[in-house]
Design a protein around this ligand. Structure first.
Ligand SMILES: CC(C)(COP(=O)(O)OP(=O)(O)OC[C@H]1O[C@@H](n2cnc3c(N)ncnc32)[C@H](O)[C@@H]1OP(=O)(O)O)[C@@H](O)C(=O)NCCC(=O)NCCS
Length: 149
């Protein structure tokens, strides 16, 4: 079982360490951006830790008032606990919040090379809103996806 808690600046090192293993450098936020995200307060980051306190997953969500959507900035699950439903659970929390607070759905971007991410978002019903050519660098395309309320 994993425990859920909101991230603070004290979690910066753990998040950046896990991110380095899970994302290519052109996609990873890196230390400086994470420090800003955790400090700024506009974006919320949620963590899942195991019994020993090791970081097993994180998700960041930004309420975007212009689009009136919740924007998932990033999501990752440690390989030790994959395919156990944790990403589905974290996204479910975002979707529940979107309904409860009356947002116009949930938005995110994903690399077209990310087979597991694409499978996850397909499974949850996220639809392609826009193709994003070269979004992650030359020849590395992305997709903007939305789950409508
Ligand atoms: C993508 C990722 C977050 C999925 O996390 P997870 O906790 O393993 O996903 P879940 O167990 O909640 O999977 C939910 C559903 O998504 C789909 N799915 C998830 N991973 C999949 C995979 N590797 N292959 C096929 N389908 C997959 C399945 O439909 C799955 O349901 P099922 O297990 O009942 O078949 C995880 O693989 C990861 O962190 N990858 C690296 C970082 C990343 O790509 N993040 C997303 C970037 S936008």
């Amino acid at each position: 079982m994993l425990s859920f808690c909101p991230a603070t600046s004290d979690d910066l090192a753990d998040i950046v360490k896990l991110e380095r293993y899970l994302f290519a450098p052109e996609i990873a936020f890196g230390h400086a951006r994470w420090r800003e995200l955790l400090r700024a307060g506009r974006c919320e980051t949620w963590l899942l830790r195991d019994r020993e306190g090791a970081l097993m997953a994180y998700l960041s969500v930004l309420p975007h008032r212009g689009w009136r959507r919740l924007v998932v900035q990033t999501l990752a699950v440690h390989w030790k606990v994959r395919r156990q439903g944790w990403a589905r659970w974290l996204l479910g929390e975002v979707i529940r919040r979107s309904h409860a607070e009356g947002w116009r759905g949930v938005r995110l971007e994903v690399s077209e090379r990310n087979e597991e991410g694409l499978a996850l978002y397909d499974a949850l019903g996220f639809r392609i809103m826009t193709h994003l050519p070269d979004y992650y660098g030359p020849g590395h395309h992305g997709q903007r996806r939305v789950l409508a309320p």
